[in-house]
Design a protein around this ligand. Structure first.
Ligand code: AMP
Length: 341
């Protein structure tokens, strides 16, 4: 029997519940400190207890996974805690395309793939001296918005960067990525592409709630102006969103362009779940500042199925269950190599 395995964080509950519902065995790589939490959930068949998630790279852990015919589902925690070489060295079959995760982590590569997919992007700014409009300054990798800041010009950039360095949030030698700030309604568009059916499915949309930028919006301008803190974009949670139906056609086009671009740039392409992240402006024009080349935690809001999947499936279908369904179908038809790397 195939086992679905993942790291205990991010969206692991959704992923393993979906796997259990599909009749697969479930396994969680779990940090000691979280054992009590994850033991609460009866759909988790087995826990591999580790001191740190990096142990998933050790032979001992990989052997256990291999003995259980495990498919490892990558998520944001894997990317946040391991570098691309480490992820690529994982021997356990990884669901989707582990090679594309490097394109998610590296800002230059990310920009290249987004350009290849003709996604409308905010203008990147190469040097702090070139800052003309409001910009957002980002760190490499899936930092979750921690340490990000906004700047209006070069001086503002230097002041805030220095402040964050002195607070120990940024390091001095860290390469930061600067991009024009795009104002509008945040929308994180979640998709699934199946290489078994060659079809793109639109799953849902979420919004991220980010502290402390969001908290800042709740206090009057007078107090905001007195605050010397550089607000971060640290994600705290997510909430659902549905789009105007007239926007859906373009959403599918963007998803399809992304899938096609990924096929050209990083074989075997964008298989499995992914997310295109951005904002809609006052003309309902979408600007995308980011993508995630794997399941996003924003799918957790639809553990019982999403509005758009209820149009495609006559059953409750979460993203976790959709992944498990793909693994099951591929296993039964001897095509696991088509959906894993
Ligand atoms: P990211 O790591 O690129 O997903 O960015 C984290 C958060 O920063 C996003 O969820 C947005 O709230 C915000 N953000 C990132 N890039 C931009 C941008 N160009 N314009 C406006 N907001 C942005």
């Amino acid at each position: 029997m195939t086992t679905i395995a993942t790291l205990g964080s991010h969206c692991s509950l959704q992923v393993l519940k979906g796997a259990k519902d599909e009749g697969l065995k479930t396994m969680l790589v779990c940090e000691k400190k979280r054992e009590k939490l994850y033991r609460r959930f009866p759909f988790i068949d087995e826990l591999i207890i580790v001191d740190s998630f990096k142990e998933v790279l050790d032979q001992k852990c990989q052997k256990t996974l291999e003995e259980n015919n495990a498919v490892l589902i990558p998520h944001g925690t894997l990317i946040a805690q391991m570098n691309s070489e480490e992820i690529e060295s994982i021997k356990t079959p990884v669901f989707g395309n582990k090679w594309i995760l490097r394109w998610e982590s590296d800002r230059e590569m990310k920009e290249k793939l987004m350009r290849e997919a003709t996604l409308p992007m905010p203008k990147p700014v190469t040097e702090p001296k070139d800052i003309e409009k409001l910009v957002i300054v980002k760190r490499q990798g899936a930092a979750g918005g921690k340490g990000y800041f906004m700047a209006a010009n070069e001086d503002d950039y230097n002041t805030k960067r220095n402040q964050l360095i002195s607070e120990g949030i940024l390091s001095k030698d860290e390469t930061l990525y600067i991009q024009e700030y795009a104002a509008g309604v945040l929308a994180y568009l979640q998709f699934f592409y199946s290489p078994l059916t060659n079809e793109l499915e639109f799953f849902g949309v979420d919004q991220r709630h980010e502290s402390d930028i969001e908290g800042l919006g709740r206090i009057p301008a007078e107090q905001q102006m007195k605050s010397t803190k550089v607000p971060s974009f640290n994600v705290i949670g997510n909430s659902p969103l549905v789009l105007r139906e007239s926007l859906l056609d373009e959403v599918y086009t963007m998803g399809e362009n992304f899938v096609e671009a990924a096929k050209r740039v990083v074989s075997p392409g964008m298989n499995g779940p992914f997310c295109i992240e951005g904002v809609y402006d006052e003309n309902a024009k979408f600007t995308s500042f980011e993508f995630s080349a794997r399941i996003v935690a924003g799918t957790n809001i639809y553990m019982d199925g999403s509005p758009y999947y209820s149009l495609l499936f006559n059953e409750n279908m979460s993203m976790g269950k959709r992944i498990a369904r793909e693994v099951k179908t591929a296993t039964e038809s001897n095509q696991l190599d088509k959906i894993t790397t």
